[in-house]
Structure formats: structure tokens, C-alpha cells
Design a protein around this ligand. Structure first.
Ligand code: ADP
Ligand code: MG
Length: 285
């Protein structure tokens, strides 16, 4: 049977905006030794600002317009940001054959032209030739009817709370913090360094993230928690010993798949949850 103090633990967490779906998750969390984070939307705000538009044969406005139209039906943080940057009404009925390609970007027919908007992986997959520049940042490449049309350089910011979140985990004797991201190597490594995260794996597809978490679980003795927010994170949340969703702006799929939901946007609540779990377990045993 479940010791009474566990209910105290669950109740105490919910007062702090931490929803625990069962006492077994609190027990597992007390034994966590590794905490793995998603980057975009979890440790960063997931709000990208446009830094630069580099168009080849069309105007910058047109490039941004095609990208915003192609992204119109996606809820990815990148899509929302591009639509915000475009900041004009989008005429839905010229958008057809929309396809979202996880970890890559989107494809859509806009005004009869086939638009691709996404990362380098998407361009390679679709055989779009382009000269590789050394661009520092998150880049959305755009192709129109099979030809490279330019790129949009965007940048996200880390959440104010993220560095403190990692620091607190170290104070709680968490052995290892890891970041998994679909974003590029440079941005991933920069962010991990800035936040004091021990290890980072970048340019991962959603399926790669599941494989990575399995590998981490296999190679580490203690329990492994994964913290994520997006639709793509749901399978990883389900696979981790403890799946923790950032519920503030998190997707329904992530909240559904998680064992624990942080109701606010603050990653430092992970440390709060671990603290509560440890205290609860100490009382219970
Ligand atoms: P993460 O949350 O780790 O950044 P995602 O799998 O959501 O992971 O995205 C990984 C990468 O795939 C993004 O950094 C971006 O380059 C590309 N991408 C995914 N979805 C889109 C989209 N809708 N538009 C443009 N690029 C996208
Ligand atoms: Mg994310």
C-alpha cells in the first residue's frame, strides 16, 4: 500500500505548481541521478526573433512571406515565430498540400509553388543544392520549386530561470545533466555551456531522441528523468524513467505522456520536485 506521506508529497507538490500523476513517480524521482532536458521551449523560451533574412533572387519580404505561408498550419515554435515576424494576414486558400516533417521543417504548395522551409537536413533530403555558409544560429532555409531561395536566421533566448535550474540540480547531488536537441551543433553546444549542462547531443531527430534516452538509461545506474515540452517529446517522455512535461506552454501530447507536469514555465521547479520527493521518501521509509 502507499504510505500516507506520499499523499502529503503529492499535495505539497501541487501547491507549488507541480502535478504528480502517481506516488510511484515521486518515489522514482527521489532516485533520479540523471536529468535530461530538451532545449527549445524547455530551457529556452521557444520564441525566436528574426535576425537576418538572406534572399537570393526574390525580395526579403517575399522570402519571409513564403516561409510564413508554408508554416501557417504548424504550431512549432519556429513556425509561430516566422508568422509573428511576417505580421500580415495569411490568405489560407492559396496554401495546399501541407506536410510537417518532424525534425526537418515543412513542405507546402503556396500559390502554386512548392515551398520547403526547414533546416539543412530538409534541404539535403529534398536534394536542394545550396552553398554551405558558416552561419551561426538557427537557420530556416527556404526552397521554391526545387531551387534554393535563401535563408532566415532566427534566435531564441534561454529562460531567465534555466541556469538556476541546473545549479539547483547540482546542489541536490544530481550526478549528470544532459541536453538533447534537434537544433544545430553550434547553438546546442553554446546553450549547454552557458547553462552549465554536462553533456549535449545535437541535430537529433525525434526518433534519435528516443534512442538516446534508451542509451542513457542503459548506461546509468540511477533513474533518468527527461524534461520536455513539445509534441516531439511525447515518445521520449514516455520512455524515460520519469517523464516531466513543462506544462506552461507545453503541448497536450507532452502533458499527456508525462508522469509529472510542471504547471509553470520554470525549469527550476524540477529541483523543487526532486526536493519534495526526497523529503517524502525519507518520511515514508
Ligand atoms: P528541438 O525542440 O530539440 O529544437 P525539433 O525536433 O522540434 O527539436 O526541431 C529540430 C529542428 O528541426 C529545428 O531546430 C529546426 O531546424 C527544424 N524544424 C522543425 N520543425 C520546423 C518547422 N516547422 N519549421 C522550420 N524548421 C523546423
Ligand atoms: Mg522543445
Amino acid at each position: 500500500s502507499v504510505p500516507l506521506s506520499f499523499f502529503g508529497g503529492i499535495g505539497g507538490s501541487s501547491k507549488k505548481g507541480i502535478l504528480v500523476k502517481g506516488s510511484n513517480y515521486l518515489e522514482a524521482l527521489a532516485q533520479a541521478e540523471t536529468v535530461v532536458f530538451d532545449k527549445t521551449g524547455t530551457l529556452t523560451k521557444g520564441v525566436f526573433n528574426v535576425r537576418e533574412v538572406n534572399a537570393k533572387d526574390i525580395s526579403e519580404d517575399e522570402l519571409l512571406k513564403y516561409a510564413a505561408y508554408a508554416e501557417n498550419y504548424s504550431n512549432h515554435p519556429i513556425s509561430l515565430s516566422l508568422k509573428r515576424a511576417y505580421n500580415k494576414e495569411i490568405v489560407n486558400d492559396i496554401i495546399k498540400d501541407v506536410e510537417e516533417i518532424p525534425g526537418h521543417g515543412v513542405s507546402a504548395v503556396v500559390g502554386g509553388k512548392k515551398i520547403l522551409a526547414g533546416n539543412e537536413k530538409l534541404m539535403v533530403k529534398e536534394n536542394i543544392g545550396f552553398s554551405k555558409e558558416n552561419i551561426s544560429g538557427t537557420v530556416v532555409h527556404v526552397a521554391i520549386d526545387g531551387d534554393y531561395a535563401g535563408y532566415i536566421l532566427i534566435a531564441d533566448e534561454v529562460k531567465e530561470d534555466s541556469a538556476a535550474a541546473i545549479k539547483k540540480l547540482k546542489e541536490l547531488k544530481i550526478k549528470q545533466t544532459i541536453m538533447l536537441t534537434g537544433d544545430n551543433k553550434q547553438i546546442g553546444e553554446e546553450t549547454a555551456k552557458e547553462l552549465g549542462i554536462d553533456k549535449v547531443y545535437t541535430e537529433l531527430l525525434p526518433v534519435d531522441k528516443v534512442e538516446k534516452i534508451e542509451e542513457i538509461i542503459y548506461n546509468n545506474k540511477g533513474k533518468v528523468a527527461y524534461v520536455g515540452d513539445g509534441i516531439n517529446d511525447a515518445p521520449v517522455l514516455a520512455r524515460a524513467d520519469i517523464g516531466i512535461a513543462m506544462g506552461g506552454l507545453g503541448s497536450d501530447a507532452a502533458i499527456e505522456a508525462a508522469d509529472i507536469v510542471i504547471m509553470t514555465d520554470e525549469p527550476s521547479k524540477i529541483a523543487t520536485a526532486i526536493n519534495i520527493s526526497k523529503k517524502t521518501l525519507r518520511i515514508a521509509t
